[in-house]
Structure formats: C-alpha cells, structure tokens
Design a protein around this ligand. Structure first.
Ligand SMILES: [Zn+2]
Length: 252
C-alpha cells in the first residue's frame, strides 16, 4: 500500500507532468508535501524511444522532482477512451494514495489522449468516493481538482510563481533524453535564447527546443503577474476571497 499523498498529478504520457506542472510539483515537495505522479500510458506510440527508455527516464525525472510516488498504468497509448475499466484503474490509485489535490490536463487539447485523461481523471475522482464502487480500500474523494495548461488554452484561473523551481523543472524534462535529446536544459538555462544545440530534437517547430518553448511560455505568464516564471492553471468552480484588499498583483 502506497503512502498517503497530498497531491497526485495524472497525465497521459510520461513527460506530460514535468512539462505542464513540474514547477508546481517541485515547489510543493520543497514545502514538505508528499507529491505523486500517475502516468496512464507508457508513451509506446511516440516516434522516439521505447517503453524501457521512457520508464527509466520517468524514474529519473521523479527523483529530480522529489516525488514520493510514481506509477504507470500501462493503458494503450493513443487509444485512451471513456472506458469504465480505465476509470476504475485510476480510481483505485486515488483510493490507495488518498490525495487531497489532483492535477489533471486542461480540457482543451490537441492530443486525444490528453482530453481523454481529463475526463477519465475527473470521473475516477468521483468513483473513488463511492462506497459501493468495485474497488478495494476506503472511499476517498480528492477535495480539489486543478487543471494544468498544455499549449492550446490561453485562459487561466490562476498562475503559480515557479521562479525558484523553473531550473529544476527543466532538469526533470531533460531526463527524457529519448524525447528531447542530449543537450538538455543546460543550453537554455545557462545561455538564454541561444539557438538550441543541433542534438536537441525539434519536436514542436524547426529550430525551437522544448526548453526554449517552456522558458518563453513561463516568462510570458510570469510577466502577467510580476514574477520571472509562472505556470497557468484552471479550475471549474469559483475562487472564494475573504479580503479583496489582500489580493496579489496590482491592477494598474
Ligand atoms: Zn502527452
């Protein structure tokens, strides 16, 4: 039986979590919280690397982020759908680890696995709290679900300052050598906006590495709230504020 977690991030493929919410996860581990990751597939349909590479890289990335739990459900890559069996598998992990906060992918997605993950994850949170569900262990329903931004949504409910953890987030992403090449994060961190080393794999656009993309995005979001680097998150319910005078970020 796994230890109780404070936070569980759920994503479709190994490396999704690092890229989208790695900064927050590392920040939470620095606060002493127990943080875990659940990858639904092994990313076996990806062009680069195989399951063995991805599993080893995911383990290294988990260590770099300070995670206390990481599991891969081995569901079929590029074939995730609204399936009760998958929901129960995720719900069982939620029951086993009892997180209070769940991080799912934002619902607006290009990759069908990412949108399926959002729906499966939400339903699994619901099912995990049902007493009569076909699951072992005590019912547990996470108190809060937040949605990490990928690259399609550009509206956010809130932004998280990741200035202190951005560099470590880049190192965790760089652990996926099969996906992003050997030159990794160093080029971007040490030498900002230098064109990437040619050994970097340009998976998003020619000449643009994942690290440049993450940096530009995090800086753009950070600029909106007066910090160096930020990550964007969405929620479906409202935020309750007790004292508007204490709200951070100046209007003018
Ligand atoms: Zn993905």
């Amino acid at each position: 039986m796994a230890d109780k977690l404070d936070i569980l991030a759920v994503a479709a493929h190994p490396d999704d979590i690092e890229i989208t919410c790695g900064g927050l996860l590392i920040k939470e581990t620095h606060r002493g919280r127990k943080v875990g990751a659940l990858d639904l597939t092994q990313g076996e349909m990806g062009t680069h690397g195989d399951e063995t590479d991805r599993a080893r890289e995911a383990k290294n990335a988990a260590e770099l982020m300070g995670l206390t739990f990481r599991k891969n459900l081995g569901l079929p890559d590029s074939a995730l759908d609204d399936n009760q069996e998958y929901k129960l598998a995720i719900a069982q992990v939620i029951r086993d680890t009892k997180p209070e906060l769940i991080i799912l992918p934002h619902w607006n997605q290009r990759h069908p696995d990412h949108s399926a993950c959002t729906r499966l994850g939400y339903d699994a949170c619901f099912i995990a709290g049902l007493k009569k569900a076909a699951l072992s262990g005590e019912p547990h329903r996470p108190r809060k679900i937040i949605y990490a931004s990928y690259y399609r949504n550009n509206e956010y409910s809130f932004l998280v300052d990741i200035t202190e953890t951005f560099e470590q987030k880049c190192k965790a992403v760089a652990a996926y050598v099969s996906q992003f090449g050997k030159s990794g994060a160093e080029g971007v961190i040490a030498d900002r906006f230098k064109p990437p080393d040619t050994s970097n794999k340009d998976i998003f656009a020619p000449g643009i590495s994942i690290f440049e993309l993450m940096q530009v995005r995090a800086m753009q979001l950070g600029q909106l709230v007066g910090v160096r680097y930020a990550e964007g998150y969405s929620i479906k319910e409202n935020i309750l504020i007790d004292d508007p005078q204490k709200m951070p970020v100046k209007s003018i």
